[in-house]
Write a protein that binds this ligand. Sequence first.
Ligand SMILES: [Zn+2]
Length: 138
Amino acid sequence: MISFDLECEKEHRFEGIFKDYQSFKAQMRQNLIACPLCNSTNVKRLFSGCSIQARPVSKISKDGSSRTFFELVKELRAFVENNFENVGREFPEIARAIYYGTEEARGIYGESSLEEMKELAEEGIPVLPLPDVEKLEN
Ligand SMILES: [Zn+2]
């Protein structure tokens, strides 16, 4: 079982539980996922987190030979959470402002939708998705 954070067009957030990623995709494609509050099927997946590194910071770690992918992701998350500023849902706007120099350059992390991440990437803004390890492991 996996769970995803979802949001409808009215910005109601809810969690969807699915058998696996394939069934999530299939239900998404057939508009079978409805918002529990307003019943809208115009639903998108929220990324649990993402970050932008505006300035070079010291390396996370180098001796990673025996680490698993999950451990590495966990470390990356912890690093980001300790060193970057959490801007929550403001992430896309602030990331853009930092990139274009209208906000103070700093590392930030927060939430954005797949659509917003795509737009940022298309503008050349170096955003990095942060997988939610706890959920992946469940
Ligand atoms: Zn809704």
